[in-house]
Design a protein around this ligand. Sequence first.
Ligand SMILES: Cc1cc2nc3c(=O)[nH]c(=O)nc-3n(C[C@H](O)[C@H](O)[C@H](O)COP(=O)(O)OP(=O)(O)OC[C@H]3O[C@@H](n4cnc5c(N)ncnc54)[C@H](O)[C@@H]3O)c2cc1C
Length: 523
Amino acid sequence: MKREKMLKRLKKQTEPWDIVVIGGGATGLGTAVDAASRGYKTLLLEQHDFAKGTSSRSTKLVHGGVRYLQQGDISLVLEALKERGLMIQNAPHLVKNQAFVIPNYEWWDGPFYQVGLKVYDLMSGKLGIGSSKKLTKDETIERIPTIDQKGLKGGVVYYDGQFDDARMALSLARTAKHYNGTLLNYFEVTGIEKDADEIICGVKGKDLESGKHYSIKAKTVINATGVFADRVKKMDEPDVKEMIQPSQGIHLVVSKDFLPDRHAIMVPQTKDGRVMFAVPWHDKVVLGTTDTMIEKPMLEPEAKEAEIDFILETAGQYLVKQPTRDDILSVFSGLRPLAKPEGDGKSTKEISRHHKVMISQSGLITIIGGKWTTYRKMAEDTVDNAMLIGDLPERKCITKNLPVYGYDKNLDLTTDPLAVYGTDKYQLLDLEEEQPELAEIISETLPLRRSQIVWAVKHEMARTVEDMLARRVRGLFLDAKESLKVAPRVAEIMAKELGEDGDWVEDQIELFNEIATNYRIKD
Ligand SMILES: Cc1cc2nc3c(=O)[nH]c(=O)nc-3n(C[C@H](O)[C@H](O)[C@H](O)COP(=O)(O)OP(=O)(O)OC[C@H]3O[C@@H](n4cnc5c(N)ncnc54)[C@H](O)[C@@H]3O)c2cc1C
């Protein structure tokens, strides 16, 4: 997957594309996979890097949503549990089975969650991934040795999926490319083009690397821009009512000393009614999340002090040792693209998490809501609509059983840091054998090998140091300080591969330092 080749394809295309997708997050990439695998001529345009937005900032769960079951949203849970099963089936190199423990401190909690989770198991049907089970106090402690034992009555263990969101996004991009899709990062859609009848017939776009403007013809245009969906809708209908309410969720990453076993903790109801997770991820632990309404969508949202304090404090209520600000290795924030509430003062927790496909009078298809877990179904619904709107030849969706690029079920995601590459792992190791200098370890802590940097430039369209350290490998999310330390070396290696000079290296280090401060707790 090379950007220059993608750009060439764009320039060569003289006929209108069947489908142009705006946005390279989970929703847009899933849509590109669906459309390309049905044989439609597909183009995806992403203004920054793939998964730069919310799709690299999730809690990394592939789940039905125990919380939604509690809220009685059966159809949402059923759909998500089915999709959870399909995601594990189609991307075993990226999604693994994760055991969660709900600790009980009140005697009535045990039976309540036990029954609820049995329903959750039953709803998974054939695609179930493990049966929930009541735990005694000792069994709970055995699974979570760091759990606060004061007043602990026991627990319940249940199973959900866990994944690397940005790596999944990249694998989806490569799957779409495998089916002849064309995908470009750093390519912003700046306008919508309409024909004499005011029907959409393409988009205006700008290559942010060269500054060149393009007019791109399309039979259908899909707005899959998440929290930015209103901006694109306004390109189509300037007076349209805004429908997105961004809601921020932050995560803190701490050392695995806080959760040394492989079990995760799930607290269904914190003191302010939220769900809290502590989940092992790439040899660290992710704590989250929050739900804070914010004014405007942005690409690099900032964690608020109160959110950081809330997570530290809540985690401290369940762990023997209270994590402090000094323990935080990284803090990252993401924005949920929720539908704006109709009335005033309604909190985002109450707003529907179902996805919605909308079609404007001129034919712009907008897909919003949902979650990472349901990206495939969202894509299927969207392309089904595009088929009608664009008068495309009718073709059935094939993604239910479509392996995601790199499919390999023999890799161990728990112990092997290269497992997320799937079958590419072997090519990466071959590269190291051919050029032994590429076996150099750039960071033991992250961990990061030189071969991964070269690979990401050659095959994964990594254009900047941030692309590399935030999304090709997850260093910035796992340990911001260590990422800052290795950034100059990463910039040098990338510059050599990209044919860039010393000025580029300096600019990149400066840019990365700026972004990374957002992920570090201020001293
Ligand atoms: C804190 C948090 C935790 C979450 N945890 C989970 C979880 O554990 N499991 C789960 O299943 N789901 C989870 N979700 C939900 C899930 O992450 C989102 O539903 C999903 O990532 C949204 O993807 P998207 O593609 O719609 O949006 P995004 O990932 O934001 O992608 C939209 C893209 O559009 C691009 N774009 C915008 N405007 C333009 C333009 N003009 N031209 C070109 N490109 C443009 C943006 O740059 C962006 O990359 C979580 C969400 C949050 C906020």
